[in-house]
Design a protein around this ligand. Structure first.
Ligand SMILES: Nc1ncnc2c1ncn2[C@@H]1O[C@H](COP(=O)(O)OP(=O)(O)O)[C@@H](O)[C@H]1O
Ligand SMILES: N[C@@H](CCOP(=O)(O)O)C(=O)O
Length: 307
């Protein structure tokens, strides 16, 4: 049995639509084992959206590796331990894809390089901003090209923390992508290019005072926030509590805020604000550090099946 631990991820980071994302210390564990025959898939906690047959996302990711390397298990047992909430904008699908590819590569003899796994994951997800940090950790700037992903990984210092607000409703990434406009005004494109560039520079040089300006966006949040009634209230309470920027996590509905100091005061301010304002949804709140490792082997137990 091979056990792989794979982190959650928060993509876009404001202005960096489809090209920036960070891995977070919130994990799924994917356990895989070759068996004599068949496909057995279990998950905890279980969820009706988690397929238990060949439509399962982890299995589909694993099969892309088996097809690529030309190796197939006789049968496969997959157990999923899901700590990352599904369909909340925290890269649950990317964790399945990157974790599944990473586990399948181990099971099939490690023939794929890290670059090849990064590309396979981004191609399957359709954009590299979740799958790449889920695979290698850190805060990643990434572009999906024809046959590879061009990326830079930045190791996030522990000083920079991520306050995550998770509501009690789901918002599918597919739906949240379909509602985006096909065309935008030139000035809005220029607006985002500037802020994404400023964000990259501010994060890598530690100029966190620039982050509130650098995390503004006109490409996706104006459209998606209409699906999240509490969006402005959560963003505003985060900023008033001392965050250096607050924005949609991936395609939402979760919201994420950057905190670089006075963590206890920030947390107390947020708890007080959440208790005192009227909100349309129930929101879970936690402060996470960035994960700088990505998918890792959690444990390997020798299997009884001999080839
Ligand atoms: N932990 C999981 N296990 C199996 N399938 C999953 C898991 N998380 C997501 N999926 C599948 O991926 C699909 C898309 O999820 P998505 O809307 O992208 O969620 P997220 O925003 O968390 O990435 C889900 O409908 C589900 O079928
Ligand atoms: N760039 C994507 C990110 C989706 O992230 P997820 O965690 O919501 O799957 C988008 O904005 O659609």
């Amino acid at each position: 049995m091979i056990s792989v631990k794979v982190p959650a991820s928060s993509a876009n980071l404001g202005a960096g639509f489809d090209c920036m994302g960070v891995a977070l210390k919130l994990y799924n564990i994917i356990e895989v084992e070759e068996i004599e025959r068949g496909l057995i898939i279990t998950s905890s906690p279980d969820d009706p959206s988690i397929a238990k047959d060949e439509n399962n996302l982890v299995f589909k990711a694993m099969k892309t590796v088996f097809d690529e390397v030309g190796w197939y298990p006789r049968g496969l047992r997959i157990n999923l331990i899901n700590e990352i909430p599904l369909t909340r904008g925290l890269g649950s699908s990317a964790a399945c894809i990157s974790g599944g590819i990473y586990a399948a590569n181990l099971l099939s003899g490690g023939k794929l390089s890290e670059e090849e796994m990064i590309y396979l994951a981004a191609k399957m997800e359709g954009h590299p901003d979740n799958s790449t940090p889920a695979m290698i950790g850190g805060l990643v700037f990434a572009v999906l090209e024809d046959k590879k992903v061009n990326y830079i990984k930045f190791v996030v210092p522990a000083r920079l923390k991520f306050a995550v607000f998770i509501p009690d409703f789901q918002l599918s990434t597919e739906y949240a992508r379909n509602i985006l406009p096909k065309y935008i005004e030139f000035k809005d494109a220029v607006f985002n290019i500037g802020r994404a560039t400023l964000f990259a520079s501010a994060i890598t040089t530690g100029n966190y005072e620039l982050l509130p300006a650098a995390t503004q966006d006109r490409l996706h949040q104006p459209y998606r926030k209409k699906l999240i009634p509490d969006f402005d209230k959560i963003v505003n309470l985060s900023l008033e509590a001392g965050a250096k920027g607050a924005f949609l996590s991936g395609a939402g509905p979760s919201i994420i805020a950057l905190v670089d100091e006075n963590y206890e005061i920030f947390e107390q301010n947020v708890q007080n604000a959440l208790a005192s304002i009227e909100l349309a949804a129930n929101w879970d709140f936690m402060i996470l550090e960035a994960d700088n490792s990505g998918a890792t082997v959690f444990s390997v137990q020798s299997t009884s099946l001999k080839r």
